[in-house]
Design a binder for this molecule. Structure first.
Ligand code: NAD
Length: 379
């Protein structure tokens, strides 16, 4: 039997004619009934900006265990364009005001929050209260208190929570984690991590507005460098000290431009991270007692590249990181597979972000960090 495509399937759902198709079209035997019975989860994207438009929606056309079921937008003009392009039924389109009605929509299992950072907590919590699983973009919120509120809301509602940390589903990053776990290059002594790009666009964009972003380079790209330092050592840090640099105060009026920070780990390993909205940098370098490995680039949409002190080039086939990430989350929900990017991971990173800002406020003073062993490490 010829499989139907997603767009046709959605249109049939809208007309109420999909029942027969569900019975006969195994690839999409999914969109009704409880999560346990489904093979594919319906995802609703909240916030249809550039990440949803150019990465997540296209990736959802290729995912195996989830599909683009709905949208939530504050911009009415986007509704028709998205409905037409992706065959989204009218009943699966929401705005910020009627979003709560999503609770009554069985076609939507997961709400993916892709809004400016200061809106993540509000929408993640509203989604959880509506009984939907939640994927939250990075950074999880703009404070540890917001991360706690999201985690609590998801626990109370009995829904799953994942972070949009796509690199945990990506093969080069998974190889890094494996090298560290297997001690392939001995005990790790040093990680250098950089995640930065030069911002020259509209100075009024939300990323440069602290109220909406929560902070500048550190909130945006810094979380990648923090993550690299942690999966590069395989441990959470026990302290951090940090410095801020500013060269374009007229452009970066409200948010940090460049931040560097140094971490200490329980083993004695150290890491140095840089993040910026003023220069381009994208790498991680890990040195152990018997060799080194490196990713450059380390945190863009790929393909990443890697090499090691043994003279080898790391080579993995390229697939959309977003596709892999959303499928991994769907497999966590559907089949109980490990959650690779947990809410605790998002909270841990925000605890480190807050410690970095606190260190800068105190002139670079070393701030202690006290995590339970393994806190924030996904499966
Ligand atoms: P964007 O500016 O392109 O889109 C933001 C969306 O939010 C737009 O649809 C806009 O209409 C909507 N919005 C609602 N209220 C708004 C307000 N008050 N001000 C501005 N926009 C408002 O941003 P983006 O690049 O899509 O980023 C969205 C989120 O996704 C951010 O949290 C960002 O950190 C995250 N992100 C993650 C990755 C990743 O690789 N994981 C990549 C890009 C963005």
């Amino acid at each position: 039997m010829k499989p139907i495509d997603r767009r046709t399937f959605n249109q049939m759902m809208a007309k109420g004619s999909a029942g027969a198709a569900i019975l006969s079209a195994a690839p999409f035997a999914c969109a009704m009934g409880s999560t346990q019975e489904k093979q594919k989860l319906g995802i609703a994207l909240v916030g249809l900006g550039s990440y949803s438009t150019y990465q997540l929606a296209p990736a959802l056309q290729d995912t195996q265990h989830c599909y683009l079921a709905g949208i939530v937008t504050g911009t009415p003009e986007k509704e028709k364009a998205w409905a037409t392009k992706y065959g989204i039924p009218k009943g699966n389109i929401y705005n910020y005001d009627n979003f709560e009605n999503i609770a009554n929509n069985d076609a939507i299992d997961v709400v993916y929050v892709v809004l400016p950072n200061s809106m993540h907590a509000e929408f993640a919590i509203r989604a959880a209260k509506a009984g939907k699983h939640v994927i939250c973009e990075k950074p999880m919120g703009i404070s540890v208190a917001e991360c706690d509120a999201i985690i609590d809301a998801c626990k109370k509602a009995g829904v799953k929570l994942g972070m949009g940390y796509r690199l945990h589903s990506e093969p080069y990053t998974q190889q890094v984690k494996q090298f560290v776990k297997d001690k392939t290059f001995g005990d790790i002594q040093y990680v250098g991590a950089e995640a930065a790009y030069r911002s020259t666009g509209n100075p009024d964009q939300w990323r440069l507005n602290k109220k909406l972003s929560g902070g500048g380079a550190l909130m945006n790209m810094g979380v990648y460098a923090i993550q690299s330092a942690i999966y590069g050592t395989g441990k959470n840090p026990i302290s951090v000290s940090a410095q801020e640099f500013s060269t374009r105060p007229d452009y970066f009026k409200d948010t940090d431009e460049t931040i560097m920070a140094q971490f200490e780990f329980p083993s004695g390993a150290v890491a140095n991270m840089s993040t910026s909205h003023n220069f381009n940098a994208n790498s991680m370098y890990v040195s152990g007692t018997s060799g080194w490995f490196q990713l450059q680039p380390a945190n863009n949409y790929g393909p990443l590249r890697g090499r090691t002190s043994r003279g080898e080039e790391l080579k993995f086939p390229h697939e959309s990181q977003q596709k892999l990430q959303m499928d991994d989350f769907a497999k966590h929900v559907l089949f109980g597979e490990p959650n690779k990017a947990t809410g605790e991971m998002g909270k841990r990173d925000m605890m480190i972000v807050e410690a970095i800002y606190a260190s800068i406020a105190k002139g670079g003073q070393t701030m202690g960090l006290d995590f339970e062993p393994g806190f924030g490490f996904g499966g």
